[in-house]
Structures are given as structure tokens and as C-alpha cells.
Design a binder for this molecule. Structure first.
Ligand code: PMP
Length: 364
């Protein structure tokens, strides 16, 4: 082939040499129900896609204006000034920044167990210790033990609300009580990745703590209800001096213009959020029904995934489900095996239900 070098750039009219490559990297959607990673299959919203495309022509520019527009919209929506906000390429980048600031060789990060462990793993890699407080017998955060264990050597407390993998929540009063007391001694990082899926979220109680001056860091992501897992947009809210420290250690203009443009549109697309939550609730109802009819318990979920105990070795269960084209996450907590399944589209959940019934019937 003559190639682009000699012919000059031919634009979209010529079939690109990259096309066969594109086909091989695109996910093969029809062969596999991916219910492993708590993604939202009902988006991104039409408004987000439109804003994403509109920003592509500006991609040769550093995305200063897109950043500013998103930042001021988040500030307005959250009722804080812009110096309280830091954007990251997904909340992962902000969790990692917090691990760098508050972890390190002398750090001690306290959290529940099990919970989402990305922040603590980053801190551990930098030499920090993980002080784990097991969830109580109902699989709730054991806040009184956590509070009791906060000694002067703890450098960060990490809460996940709603929690992953349980899908359970702490009430507004519990969170406020904990944050008000504990944040006087040590910063409290509250990961609210699934916040929009909570029933009656009634305004974020954690941002209210920040507005009163508490040393609380709240992380939010567009990866879940906004369906941006592949676009990578997240943000955190904290006191301006904390934001400065996190910015120094972490994200430096890592977000793209199109992603920030799309996030700006999606943030205020309340109809899309409502639609995602509604579809998610329908999925949960379907899965609850499958579990009830097959005699399984489950944790009623405030998120887009469901955790339930299984009477089978978890890794064996996961492999058998995968062989039937269904990806789920499995785990063992205190000797009991569990499956965590994300809410896919109804056809994925039907695949899950069929595979599940077959797999459980094979157990001896
Ligand atoms: N926090 C929690 C509790 C999560 O479950 C996840 C994703 N699974 C994240 C943070 C990270 O998401 P992202 O980096 O896509 O924002």
C-alpha cells in the first residue's frame, strides 16, 4: 500500500489501515455477559455523546476551557467554591493521590474489610499499613469499633458509601456523626462512587460536613451512573488546603477535552440519571426474583450490583459461570463464599439467570 506518508492524509473517505486493528480491540459484546465491574450498560447519555463529539475538533488544543466549564458546573451543583474540587481521570486517580499524601512509609490507613481496596493497596505499595476492621455480622461498617481504633498513628480513614462489595449504606446520621468526630483527629476519605444509586439520597451529608469545615474528602465518579467507565472522569471535594496537597501528588491535567465536555453535559442530564436508576432497579428486581426462587439470600443493594452467598467454592463457581459466557466476581469472606453480580442489560441478566441455574444444579 502506498500508505499515508506518500499520499498525504486522505481523511475519512479512505479505508484506514487501522480498521482491522479496531475490529480486534472492540469488545465482542455478543459472546459474553460482562457482569464483573459494576459498569452502567445504559449509557453514556445522548447528551454526553453529543458533547463528546462536539469537542473532538478542539482536540489539538490543551483543554483549558473544557476543564474550567466542568469545574464551575461541579462547584455550582455541589454548592462549594472551585478551590474545593479536584478533577481526576476516574476516581481511581484521586484514591491514588490520597494514598500518596496520607500513605507512605509511616502511613496507616484504616478501613472496613471487605471494602473497595484500591486506595489501601496503593498505600500498602508505598509502605503503609492497612488497619482492617471487619464488617459487623450484618455486613455493615462497624463504625464504633472504627472510631475506637482511630489512634494518633492512623493517617487516613477510608469509608465507602454505599459499600462495594456489599451494596449496603450508612445512614446520613451515622456518616455525619462519624465524620464530625473522627475528622477532628484524622482526615476521613469517603468514596461515594455509587452515591447516585442510593434510594432517596437527599443531598450529600458528607459535602455538608466539608462545608462546615470538617477534614473530609469525598470522591465521586462518572464511571457508574453516568456510564463513563471508559471515558475516565472523577472528582473529589475537600478543604482547599487538602485539594492543594492532593493536586501536588496526583492528577496534573490528565483529563481529555472530549471527556470533560461529555461530563459537563452528563452532570446535569437528570433525565438520563433517572433513566439509569430506573433500568438498574428493574435489573435488581429480576435478579432478586431469580435468587428468591432458587432459595438464595442476598443483600438488598443500593448500588448497581448485588452480593449474595453461594453454597459452592467461589473460584469454582466463577470459572463455571465464565465457561457459560457470564463474568461475575466471586469472593470468600470469613469462610463463606459469595458472588457479586453487576446489573447488565436484561439480556445479560437472562444469560446470568440461565447460567446460574445450570451451575447450581451441578453441585454435588
Ligand atoms: N470506588 C469504588 C467504590 C469503586 O467500586 C470503583 C470502581 N469499581 C472506583 C472507586 C473506581 O472507579 P473509577 O476510577 O472508574 O472512577
Amino acid at each position: 500500500t502506498a500508505g499515508l506518508m506518500t499520499m498525504g492524509y486522505a481523511g475519512a473517505s479512505t479505508k484506514s489501515e487501522a480498521e482491522p486493528l479496531m475490529e480486534s480491540i472492540l469488545p465482542k459484546k455478543d459472546r459474553y455477559a460482562r457482569l464483573t465491574s459494576n459498569e452502567n450498560p445504559f449509557g453514556p447519555s445522548a447528551s454526553a455523546k453529543k458533547a463528546l463529539k462536539a469537542a473532538i475538533d478542539d482536540s489539538f488544543l490543551y483543554p483549558r476551557e473544557y476543564r474550567q466549564t466542568l469545574l464551575s458546573l461541579i462547584a455550582k451543583e455541589e454548592g462549594v467554591t472551585e478551590d474545593h474540587i479536584l478533577l481526576g481521570a476516574g476516581s481511581s486517580e484521586l484514591l491514588h493521590a490520597a494514598a500518596r499524601v496520607y500513605g507512605g512509609a509511616n502511613g496507616k490507613v484504616l478501613s472496613a474489610d471487605p471494602t473497595y481496596t484500591s486506595l489501601v493497596r496503593s498505600a500498602e505499595m508505598m509502605g503503609s499499613e492497612w488497619v482492617k476492621i471487619p464488617l459487623d455480622k450484618h455486613f455493615d461498617h462497624d463504625l464504633s469499633t472504627m472510631e475506637y481504633k482511630v489512634k494518633p498513628d492512623i493517617s487516613l480513614v477510608y469509608l465507602v458509601n454505599p459499600n462495594n462489595p456489599t451494596g449496603k449504606i450508612m445512614t446520613g446520621d451515622e456518616i455525619i456523626g462519624f465524620c464530625d468526630t473522627v475528622s477532628q483527629k484524622v482526615p476521613v476519605f469517603v468514596d461515594e462512587a455509587y452515591w447516585d444509586y442510593m434510594e432517596n439520597p437527599k443531598g450529600s451529608t458528607t459535602t455538608a460536613c466539608i462545608k462546615k469545615g470538617a477534614n473530609v474528602i469525598v470522591a465521586r465518579t462518572f464511571s457508574k451512573v453516568h456510564a463513563f467507565a471508559g471515558l475516565r472522569v472523577g472528582y473529589c471535594i475537600a478543604q482547599p488546603e487538602v485539594i492543594k496537597k492532593l493536586a501536588k501528588e496526583g492528577p496534573r491535567n490528565t483529563l481529555s477535552g472530549p471527556s470533560m465536555s461529555a461530563a459537563t453535559a452528563s452532570l446535569v442530564d437528570y433525565d438520563f440519571i433517572k433513566y439509569s436508576v430506573k433500568m438498574n432497579n428493574e435489573g435488581k428486581k429480576f435478579v432478586y426474583d431469580v435468587l428468591e426462587k432458587t432459595g438464595h439470600d442476598y443483600f438488598p443493594s443500593h448500588t448497581n450490583f448485588i452480593l449474595f452467598p453461594i453454597a459452592m467454592e467461589s473460584e469454582d463457581f466463577r470459572t463455571k459461570m465464565l465457561a457459560k459466557g457470564v463474568g461475575i466476581k466471586s469472593m470468600n469472606v470469613a469462610g463463606q463464599d459469595y458472588c457479586r453480580v453487576s446489573m447488565g442489560k436484561m439480556e445479560d441478566l437472562e444469560m446470568f439467570a440461565d447460567a446460574f441455574k445450570q451451575v447450581i444444579s451441578t453441585k454435588i
